[in-house]
Design a protein around this ligand. Structure first.
Ligand code: TYM
Length: 326
């Protein structure tokens, strides 16, 4: 059976972008593939985090995955930092990656420009991500478009390692849903909706109250055409809302355009707000049932056991191939 894997970094509350870009894809494929989903807490450490808040958020992420529809019976669910073989594998992969290759990553370039005191972890982060993917021989990695380059790097590293040391890793493929590639900020639809955005009006958190969600969508930035047509370049705001609705209702963009032909933006935004608020409210109800249950610990204990076993096997294979095994 093919394997699918994804991770999300707990640097803020999960957003609608994370849900539509990564989690919903995992839910779609969990019937078909052996699925792995984890909290990428080591990745959060590239920028300073409040330890108490980080600890809380890790737990919230796990409960939220399950509330969204990730089935613990069909998924291996775990916290990345509990598997110490992953950073060990990452180090060995770092030694087969050139500095030039790592420093060409777009996210590294952008984030290192924003902060002159960036950590070394910011540079090595995509290699840690390669370790996350390669240790368990994941065939498919569903992500939003912003992570595509990192999955491609993982594939390149795997290929190079295989060529140098012999067959060791499966070459992973990125999975990007056509519509879910990049959900945009509601206030500035030229940039992606992001957990770390300072203006909360542009971001829908999976923890926002239904009324807040409706109000944020009503106030989303749109053009003044009043024509519901998908055109990302000239009408980014309305295109983003069409995109969101298409994924939520599992419809194509042209189906949405046809259904709302001749209707105004006010009516359309009201409808999108209701659909999104309703789905998130159902998720929040499940989340409340889960967050304090013993069940979460049991799920994580099972998940980490399986993850550690696979990572240890891969680590030992790498040691043997690279010549460090006694
Ligand atoms: P992160 O935490 O930034 O985002 C988690 C996932 O959500 C997707 N995403 C979006 N998709 C569509 N529209 C958006 N506005 C949007 N914002 C975020 C991201 O593309 C991602 O799929 N490095 C990764 C986490 C990671 C990982 C991995 C992923 C660590 N190891 C191994 C896959 C496999 C990250 O920071 O994602």
């Amino acid at each position: 059976m093919k394997r699918i894997l994804t991770g999300l970094k707990p640097t803020g509350d999960l957003t609608l972008g994370n849900y539509l870009g990564a989690i919903k894809q995992m839910i779609k494929y969990q019937e078909e593939y052996e699925s792995f989903i984890f909290v990428a807490d080591l990745h959060a450490l590239t920028i300073p985090q409040d330890p108490h808040e980080l600890q809380e958020r890790i737990k919230k992420f796990i409960a939220m995955y399950i509330a969204c529809g990730i089935d613990p019976k069909k998924n291996t669910i775990y916290v990345q930092s509990e598997n110490a073989f992953i950073p060990a594998i990452s180090y060995m992969l770092e030694c087969t990656t050139s500095y030039g290759e790592a420093s060409r990553m777009i996210q590294f370039k952008e984030k290192s420009r924003q902060n002159a005191n960036f950590s070394v972890g910011l540079l090595t982060y995509p290699i840690l991500m390669a370790a996350d993917i390669l240790y368990c021989d994941a065939d498919y990695v569903p992500v939003g478009i912003d992570q595509k380059q990192h999955v491609e790097l993982a594939r390149n590293i795997a290929e190079r390692f295989n060529n140098r040391y012999g067959e060791t890793f499966v070459l992973p493929e990125v999975l990007i849903s056509k519509e879910g590639t990049k959900i945009k900020d509601l206030k500035d639809p030229t940039k992606k909706m992001s957990k770390s955005e300072e203006n909360p009006q542009g971001v829908i958190s999976m923890f926002d109250a239904p009324e807040v969600i409706k109000q944020k969508i009503m106030k989303a930035t749109t053009d003044s055409d009043n024509i519901i047509k998908f055109d990302e370049e000239n009408k980014p705001g309305i295109s983003n809302l069409i995109n969101i609705l298409a994924i939520m209702e599992n419809k194509s963009i042209s189906q949405i355009e046809t259904e709302f032909a001749g209707k105004g933006y006010g009516e359309f935004k009201k409808y999108v707000g209701e659909v999104v608020a309703h789905e998130i409210a159902l998720i929040q109800t499940k989340y409340e049932e889960l967050i304090n249950s013993q069940e979460l610990d049991n799920i994580l204990n099972d998940g980490i056991k399986k993850s550690q076993q696979l990572a240890q096997e891969k680590y030992e294979l790498m040691c043997a191939k690279m010549g460090t095994k006694r």
